[in-house]
Ligand binder design. Sequence first.
Ligand code: GAP
Length: 454
Amino acid sequence: MSAQPSKAEAGAASQQDDLMERVVNLCKRRGFIFASAEIYGGFRSTYDYGPLGVNMLRNVKNQWWRSMVQLRDDVVGIDAAILSPPQIWEASGHLATFTDPLVDCRNCHERWRADKIAGTCPNCGSSDLTESRAFNLMFKTHAGPVEEDSAVAYLRPETAQGMFVNFLNVLQTTRKRPPFGIAQVGKSFRNEITPQNFVFRTREFEQMEMEYFVPPADAQKWFDYWLDERTRWYRELGMPEQRLRLRHHEPDELSHYSVATADVEFLFPWGWDELEGVANRTDYDLRAHAEKSGEKLEYFDQATGERYVPHVIEPAAGATRTMMAFLLAAYDEDEVGGEKRTVLRLDPRLAPYQVAVLPLSKNEALEPVAREVLGLLQPLCMCDYDLTQSIGRRYRRQDEIGTPWCVTVDFDSLEDRAVTVRERDSTAQVRVPIDSLVSEIAGRLRSEARVQHS
Ligand code: GAP
C-alpha cells in the first residue's frame, strides 16, 4: 500500500481542516467561544463561552439532564464540591495512577505526551527525547491561608467521585434501591500536557456523568443498556448516523477502575475520537471509599435480607466536547436565491436562540408590535431581537448561528395582527396570527421533543 494519500483522500482531509477552521472562526466571530484572557494574549488553551456559546452549552447540558434525570424515576441529581481533600483521590486511585507519560525534547525543550508522538518531537522533528516519566494530571492547591501539607486540596479531575462519596447520603435521603443512578453536570480540571483541537481537550472543561448502581449479577445487562441509550441520545439530537460509532476498549486501554469500557466516538476533522465513555466500574469505587473512610458503602435489601456492594455502570460525557461536535456536525454552506449562505443545522433544542424577532425595518411604527411579539415569546424560549440591517442580511445572520425560526413583523402586521414565520433549513415562510404564535412555536418545539422519545 502506498504511504502517500490519494488525491481524493488529500482533498477530503483538507476539506476537513477547512471545516475546523471555519467552525473555529464562526465561534469567535459570532460569539460562541473566545480565547480566554484574550486582551492579555490568551491563557494556555482556556476558553470563555460568549453570549451564543453559553446558551448552546446550557442547552446541551439541559438535554442531557432531561434525558438522564427528568424523564426517569430511577436517577437523581447532585452538585458536589469541586475542591476536594486528598483522601478522595487516594481512595479513587487518581493520586497514584491518573498520569500521562511525559517526555522532553532535548533539542527544542518542548514537552509532549509520549503516547501521542511516536518517538519524534512534533515541533522540531528531533527524536532525541528523554525517558518518559509519569505526570499526574490533577491540579493541586491549598485550602485556607497556610500552604502546608495538611491544607492540600485538589480540583476534581472528574465529577464521578462526588457521586460515590455521596452514595450513602443519596440512598438514605431518597430511599432509592438498585438499580438507580446519581447524575451530575459540572466542571472538571486536568493539567493536560498537550491541550489541543480547540475545546476538544482543555484543562478546564465540563462533564456530564452518571453513576448507575446495580446488583452485581446485572452489570453486563445494564452496560449494554446504557451503551444503547447514550448513542440514541446523540442521534436523536441530530448527530448524523455515519459520524457516530461505538468502540470497545482493548484490555490494555482500560482505566484502572474498569473491566469493560466502550467509547461513543464522533468523526472529528482529524478522525474518530471520543465523545463519551461508558464503563463498567464494578464495585471498585465503593469498596475503595469504604476501606479508606471506614463507612459501610453497601445496600441492604430488606425484602431478601441480602447485603451487597452495588456494581456501577458509568456513562461519562464531556459537555464542552459534545457541544463542539454538534457544531461541527451542523455546519453547512448552501445557496439560497443564488446567494451563498452559511447555516448551522442545529436541532432547535440546541440552538442558542430558538426564535429571532425581526421588525421588517427600523420604522418606529413597527416597534410596538415587534416588542409585543418578543414579550409573548420570551417566556417560552430564548429569543434574539435584531433590527440592524436589511431583512435578507438578518436572515443570513440568524441562519449562521442556527436560529430555527425568524418571526418578521411587517407593515401588514399592523393591520392584520399576523407575522411571517420563516424556517431556517427550507427558508419556507408562513403567515401566523399573533394570537396563535406562542402555540405555533411551542408546537414546533414539542414535536422535536416528541421525536426524542418516540
Ligand atoms: N469518570 C470517568 C471519566 O472522567 P473520561 O473518559 O476521562 O472518564 C469523560 O472523561 C469525558 O469527559 C470524555 O469522554 C470527554 O468527553 C470529557 N473529557 C475528558 N477530558 C477532557 C478534556 N481535557 N477536555 C475536554 N473534555 C474532556
